[in-house]
Ligand binder design. Structure first.
Ligand SMILES: C=C(O[C@@H]1C=C(C(=O)O)C=C[C@H]1O)C(=O)O
Length: 407
């Protein structure tokens, strides 16, 4: 197999290049990667343990052997040029469906430079595409648990925190929308990119969203991560917004919730790194629907470190699992009552050098034909209030909800 990368003069927006069928995307502020077609694909089965890492190990072996068989001709030579694999992993080892795809065509943009990578022969790598089709009318159905049931589950989790060694657990819920015809994934993608410029807008095998949370970016030996946990609504006025921000930054509950996520990342990353820089205090990240406590982490890896084992070690951070991790995973399995599938798992891309970007699949929906299953969760700690956590999930649902309804 050959992969040829050439510079491209095309200045069109990356998302405008995507064909309607099975688009792949990872885009932020107009840069990133869009891709389509399948040159190779790996879908991983369920593994025996919730906290298992077999899917990451199997993916790593597959990637190594795949990239070693590709003859690369790359005129561009930046992260994301040459052959690239998109991936999305399940949150829970016991869920099947983690998938890796080597697309036939990739268009990338970085620092204003655009390129095209074609794997194998493609007569027309950049076909004219129809405009995204409107989603049309949607019928909304409650998810696995009703709002009242979910609040009861949050109360149970708070009890566990008071009576057992559990310190924090992230509980999620789902919501289902049904359209009259198959949903064109490009429609919510475009809308998410417009509404959430600070987020990574992604789609991999129908899992489509805009995540603010970067699990890891690898560029050579440098690693970056953005830990999020602790959430407040946006205010209706600038004054309101400033008060909510100040309350968030000084809230003992949110700062504690955030600290668990930072510590879990630090502990999992430290064994791999020669340098690790974790700021002592979180900063504020403002998005259209919510604001978060955020800690940007930087690290340096020894040159020969493979990327997927690092990803496997980082997942799940306490931003989406909890503390202690294994106890939290069991509580999630017991109380949530649903399968997360690929929600809250790593999603992103990797190239043949091991460079890549992986986010946590949040603020997303699994779009399959006419159906969209939306997910949102919230971190529960000792003084969580179920109604406030419910409101937080409603605010988080708003991103994909608005992207689907156009309102
Ligand atoms: C779990 C989600 O978000 C995570 C939980 C957060 C919190 O509890 O404050 C904040 C950001 C994310 O790490 C989600 O969006 O579904």
């Amino acid at each position: 197999m050959t992969a040829r990368t050439v510079a491209l003069r095309d200045q069109r927006a990356l998302l405008d290049l995507l064909p309607p069928a099975a688009p792949l995307a990872w885009v932020r502020r107009g840069e990133g990667l869009v891709a389509w077609g399948v040159a190779a694909r790996l879908e991983l089965p369920a593994e025996p343990e919730r906290s298992g890492i077999q899917r990451f190990t199997a993916a790593d072996e597959w990637l190594e052997s795949l990239f070693s068989t590709i003859v690369v001709d790359d005129d561009v030579g930046v992260p994301g040029s040459g052959p690239v694999v998109f991936g999305s992993f399940t949150f829970d080892g016991r869920d099947a469906g983690s998938t890796l795809i080597l697309p036939r065509v990739v268009v990338g943009r970085r620092d204003g430079q655009t390129w095209l990578t074609v794997v194998g022969d493609e007569a027309d790598p950049l076909p004219a595409v129809p405009p995204p089709r409107p989603v049309g009318a949607l019928r909304w159905r409650p998810g696995t648990l009703s709002e009242a049931e979910w609040c009861a589950v949050v109360s149970q989790a708070v009890d566990r925190i008071h009576t057992t060694g559990l310190a924090k657990v992230v509980l999620a819920r789902d919501l289902v929308a049904e359209a009259d015809h198959p949903i064109d994934v490009r429609t919510p993608l475009q809308r998410l990119a417009a509404d959430y410029p600070d987020c990574y807008v992604y789609s991999v095998v129908g899992l489509t969203g805009a995540t603010p949370e970067l699990l890891l970016r690898r560029t050579g030996t440098r690693l970056e991560s953005l830990v999020l946990a602790g959430t407040a609504p946006r205010g209706a006025t600038a004054d309101d917004d400033a008060v909510l921000a100040k309350t968030l930054l000084t809230s003992a509950k949110d700062v504690e919730e955030h600290a668990y996520a930072v510590e879990s990342l630090r502990e999992s990353l430290a064994p791999f790194c020669t340098e690790l820089d974790v700021p002592r205090h979180p900063e504020l990240l403002r998005l259209a629907n919510v604001q978060h406590l955020a800690t940007p982490v930087r690290a340096v890896l020894p040159a020969k470190t493979a990327t997927l084992p690092v990803l496997a070690a980082l997942h799940p951070t306490a931003a989406v699992g909890g503390t202690p991790t294994r106890v939290a995973m069991d509580v999630i399995g017991e109380l949530e009552g649903m399968r997360r599938d690929r929600y809250a798992g790593p999603v992103g891309w990797i190239d043949a050098r091991g460079d890549g970007e992986w986010g946590i699949a949040l603020r997303c929906a699994q779009i399959t034909g006419p159906r969209a299953r939306l997910f949102a969760g919230a971190g529960i700690v000792a003084d969580s209030d179920p109604q406030a956590e419910l409101a937080e999930t409603v605010a988080k649902f708003r991103a994909v909800r608005a992207a689907l309804t156009g309102r």
